[in-house]
Design a protein around this ligand. Structure first.
Ligand code: HEM
Length: 499
């Protein structure tokens, strides 16, 4: 006899003498409790612990704390497990794409003429996703993004001129979110992060065919994309576009010509929207992290400046990618800042495919040892995933000081044998989920790194930068992108040219 039946029997016996009105209220309640108990008994995930209620805004911190308390497996919902097991990165996020993205991602799609339109981020069907991603992926490889360096140089030069003259440019020119795109992007990711927890809600809210109840639409961003496409095809954009320096729109138009079956004008708009929206917050979060952690630690920042000073010859121009990449300490600072706060900090959900998942042993905490005693199987259809923020703090990979900002961890220690360093580095690389991994790895990774390395190197060489208030701490709101709210107040001083 199971516990649900026992409870029913007891209740049946004790309720016989009750008044019928009371029974009418009481019996459905009993049925509900019994159902819950019954489902619990058959629940294949019941051995895995988790919180009763979710938290908003700080979910990455709370989930990290839960892993400390319960070990490597934390249950986030009836059918969702968050795992802090670095060995699973290569399984869940492999290039074979057997572990399908879940409906979590659908919330970032748009609705056009009453139809839901997915993009390469939100498309969960592996076949369609490959079809859409393949034609453009070469334009996001390292060789594909390098021709964009002159564009980045132009913006960086304008940025420095702005800082030095206090006149604003672009978004900078107006000095504000002049067309509301940044506000829409913020509201939209807040919506996405919330609704993705119960994806079916999206059909009642943003995708509601009768009355849309969603975040502000991306009308302004769509208009920018559309206007550029129209101007380019009519040749009316010569004031800001030089065909000798092709941009992404040129490349997408080229792709449409060579692959018209897959890429039409609406696909071009979708590609442009991804460039406008997926890369903005993430790259900004990375830059803020580098400055927040880097300049707080004087030893780190002066070592970085010294190394770059020795590499960069012309300090009046934006630092080239070649120079930035040849600074091992810049690489260490960048990787450490991204590790401390990856630009995406929620569970990258995937479905367990046919068969089942056997979770490998992990022995990083006392709590995990308790879990090891259970057989750790997870049935097909369960949602599983790792959170880039949590796995970046795994002490079995990063050591006991995983919570500390220490760029040196990416470099070979003075006394450390080469083989030991290579093994340590390989383990850190294998656990690195800051840009995702496998078939759904971030398409914009090389572009983001090209921009971020150049910006940090250029500002470090050109200015002395210090925090306006050393005691101030940032406030992070995590809605998929963990945005540091309120910016970062710093003091800037021009360094002497030729220092
Ligand atoms: C520092 C900057 C960035 C970070 C930290 C970042 C992070 C990520 C992560 C973690 C994923 C994997 C999501 C998953 O598997 O669930 C992802 C996917 C993606 N990112 Fe980024 N990203 C950055 C910049 C960019 C840029 C600049 C672009 C576009 C130009 C971009 C476009 C995309 C797209 C389209 C996907 C989905 C790829 C696919 O599913 O095939 N990202 N990004």
């Amino acid at each position: 006899m199971d516990s649900a039946t026992t409870l029913l029997d007891v209740l049946r016996r004790t309720t016989l003498s009750l008044d019928p009105d009371l029974l009418r209220v009481f019996l459905p309640l009993v049925a509900l409790i019994s159902l819950v108990l019954f489902l619990h008994q058959r629940d294949p995930l019941k051995q895995y612990p988790g919180p009763i209620l979710a938290s908003k805004g700080r979910s990455h911190v709370v989930i990290h704390e839960l892993h400390r308390k319960y070990g490597p497996i934390v249950r986030l919902g009836p059918n969702i497990l968050d795992l802090d097991v670095p060995e699973l990165v290569k399984i869940f996020y492999s290039t074979k794409a057997q572990w399908k993205k879940t409906e979590f991602y659908h919330g970032s799609s748009s609705i056009v003429d009453g139809k839901i339109v997915y993009n390469i981020f939100s498309q969960t069907d592996p076949g369609i996703h490959t079809l859409w991603r393949k034609p453009i992926s070469k334009h996001y490889s390292t060789n594909g993004v390098l021709p964009l360096e002159p564009h980045i140089d132009n913006v960086l030069t304008e940025f420095c001129t702005t800082l030095e003259s206090r006149y604003p440019i672009g978004f900078l020119e107006k000095g504000c979110d002049f067309n509301g795109v940044l506000h829409a992007a913020k509201k939209s990711t807040d919506y996405f992060a919330a609704v993705s927890q119960i994806p079916v809600l999206d059909y009642w809210l943003d995708k509601n065919p009768v009355h849309r109840i969603g975040p502000p639409s991306f009308g302004a961003a769509v208009n920018i994309a559309l206007q550029h496409l129209v101007d380019r095809s009519q040749g009316t954009d010569s004031s800001y576009h030089d065909p000798a320096q092709p941009d992404y729109l040129d490349k997408f138009i080229e792709v449409k010509k060579s692959d018209p079956e897959t890429v039409d004008d609406s696909m071009i708009i979708s590609y442009l929207m991804i460039n406008l929206l997926a890369g903005a917050d993430t790259t900004a979060i990375t830059l803020r992290s580098v400055f927040y952690y880097g300049i707080r630690d004087l030893a780190v920042w002066s070592r970085l400046q010294k190394e770059l000073d020795g590499i960069v010859e012309d300090k009046t121009r934006p630092v080239s990618w070649r120079d930035a990449r040849s600074s091992p300490y810049l690489e260490a600072v960048m990787r450490e800042a991204i590790r401390m706060l990856p630009g995406v900090a929620m569970n990258l959900e995937r479905y367990v495919p046919e068969g089942r998942l056997v979770i490998p042993s992990a022995t990083s905490t006392e709590a995990s040892k308790d879990q090891d005693q259970n057989q750790r199987f997870v049935p097909a259809g369960t949602i599983v995933g790792l959170n880039p923020y949590v796995v970046a703090r795994n002490t079995s990979v990063y050591g006991d000081d995983a919570d500390a900002f220490r760029p040196d961890r990416w470099l070979k220690g003075e006394e450390e044998p080469e083989a030991a360093y290579q093994a340590r580095l390989a383990a850190m690389n294998a656990a690195d989920l800051s840009f995702g991994a496998g078939a759904r790895v971030c398409i914009g990774k090389n572009l983001a790194l090209l921009q971020a390395y150049k910006v940090v190197a250029t500002l470090a060489v050109r200015y002395d930068i210090e925090l306006a208030n050393l005691a101030s701490r940032w406030r992070v709101t995590n809605s998929w992108f963990p945005r540091q709210e309120g910016g970062l107040e710093v003091r800037l001083k021009m360094r002497a040219v030729g220092h």
